[in-house]
Design a protein around this ligand. Structure first.
Ligand code: ATP
Length: 420
């Protein structure tokens, strides 16, 4: 599903209240009964006002009517949750406009956004459940009683976890995007002007980039952490050009780490396996891509373990736990990620029929699909980063997200027509 912000400016404040009411109701109800929406929204216009808003929201696919249920009710769609998150970012003046999608992961969408001053940033929308929950229906203890809303809960957890780690890492001076804000299943971070390692076919000095990447693994370990998915997709490489006194130009490469869904503590029961996997992933990639083999063996987990917290180094695994991310949350998320891995391994090509399913992982009935209105069946895949370049070049951004915001300048709104 794609993020389409066109309807956003047309929603009235009552509509936002009703949408928020559906979200609140979803915490305890798989399908939120209409009387509960009325109660939670408490509009001045009374029940008829609520009904008007419900129709308006259902028409643009932000909520969906559920007919099979014993009672009449609605559920929030991914589109609805996207709008709520964007509304929060817009009200807090973090995001003013939305541009192109620059990446589409299996479990997320990455968009370029801009703030009021036109500064571009990245909005990451977590979409757990897009693939996994429709394929594996058994073995889901951790989602008992959550079923239909599991995608919402897990996507929110993924965003919270990523934001907590990004904050902790940024504060400690690690090369990660600057975390700017988090709302629901989304985070806003700085835009890194770089390409993923997987798109780089040649480097002047593979040994030096390799050494930097390994030393990042060791530095993380000394702070009690393992990335857990340290591969050519999650490492961006920045080119820093400089000129020395004699006017000779040189380029140095600086890695930036993104995406921390499976970051684990060095104390984790499988820490050694995760650590070795990260190291081997980099080794394998350097051999395959750059025909580079390190002269030294290792690094080894047992040596890295000795450095954890040494000399008063801050334990970032503890910092994250202290930030409100409970053990239960970590366990739920870990179970979901493990499930995703099992699914990914067993089912290459499972995405083909993705469009036939809704966010809950259920097969959509035709009626529901019509009503959702959030699926045009086309999945443009610009995950190779071309979209990013385009966005940077054209500044292709939408108009302000909130209807009552001052109009964006003309040049920018012309771009908006192209982009959104
Ligand atoms: N802050 C950023 N600045 C620039 N580009 C970014 C940024 N964050 C993500 N990207 C781009 O978006 C792509 C996907 O990002 P990310 O790895 O976070 O998503 P993901 O859904 O976790 O991916 P997957 O699960 O498929 O590995 C990256 O490879 C990168 O090209």
């Amino acid at each position: 599903m794609k993020l389409d912000t066109r309807a956003m400016r047309h929603l009235a404040s009552e509509d936002w209240r009703v949408l928020t009411a559906v979200e609140m109701g979803s915490k305890n109800h798989e399908i939120v009964p209409t009387p509960l929406i009325e109660k939670l929204a408490r509009l001045r216009g009374g029940v008829s006002g609520v009904h008007r808003s419900i129709s308006a929201l259902a028409k643009v696919g932000l909520i969906a009517r559920v007919k099979e249920a014993k009672y009449d009710g609605y559920r929030l769609t991914y589109g609805g949750l996207d709008y709520l998150a964007l509304h929060t970012h817009a009200s807090r003046k973090v995001v003013y406009s939305v541009g192109n999608r620059i990446g589409v992961g299996k479990e997320s969408d990455i968009m370029v956004v801009a703030d009021h001053s036109g500064k571009q940033c990245v909005l990451k929308i977590h979409r757990l459940g897009r693939i996994s929950f429709r394929t594996v229906k058994s073995n889901r203890d951790y989602l008992k009683n959550r079923n239909a809303q599991s995608w919402m809960y897990l996507s929110r957890l993924a965003a919270m976890k990523e934001y907590a780690f990004m904050n902790a890492l940024h504060e400690e001076g690690f090369p990660v995007p600057v975390p700017l804000a988090q709302s629901r299943h989304t985070i806003v971070m700085s835009l890194i002007d770089a390409f993923p390692l997987r798109q780089i076919s040649e480097v002047p000095d593979p040994a030096s980039l390799y050494a930097d990447l390994i030393s990042l693994i060791l530095r993380l370990a000394s702070h009690g952490l393992i990335h857990g998915d340290y591969n050519e997709f999650n490492i961006l490489v920045k080119e820093i050009k400089s000129t020395d006194e004699d006017g000779k130009e040189s380029v140095t490469l600086e890695p930036v780490i993104i995406d921390f869904p499976q970051m684990v503590s060095m104390e984790h029961v499988n820490a050694e396996m995760y650590f070795d996997r990260d190291v081997n992933c980099i080794k394998r990639f350097f051999l395959r891509r750059f025909h580079f083999t390190p002269t030294q063996p290792g690094p080894f987990f047992k040596d890295a373990k000795k450095t954890v917290g040494k000399g008063g180094l801050k334990r970032l695994d503890a910092t994250v736990e202290a930030s409100g991310f409970t053990k239960k949350m970590l366990k739920d998320l870990e179970a979901a990620i493990k499930e995703k891995e099992t699914v990914n391994e067993g089912q290459e090509g499972a995405e083909e029929d993705e469009d036939d399913y809704d966010e809950d992982g259920d097969e959509e009935s035709e009626e529901e699909e019509e009503e959702d209105g959030d699926d045009d069946g086309s999945e443009a895949d610009d995950g190779e980063g071309e979209g990013r370049q385009e966005a940077l070049l054209t500044g292709g951004l939408s108009e302000g997200l909130l209807g009552d915001e001052p109009a964006i300048d003309k040049a920018n709104s012309e771009m908006a027509k192209l982009a959104v």
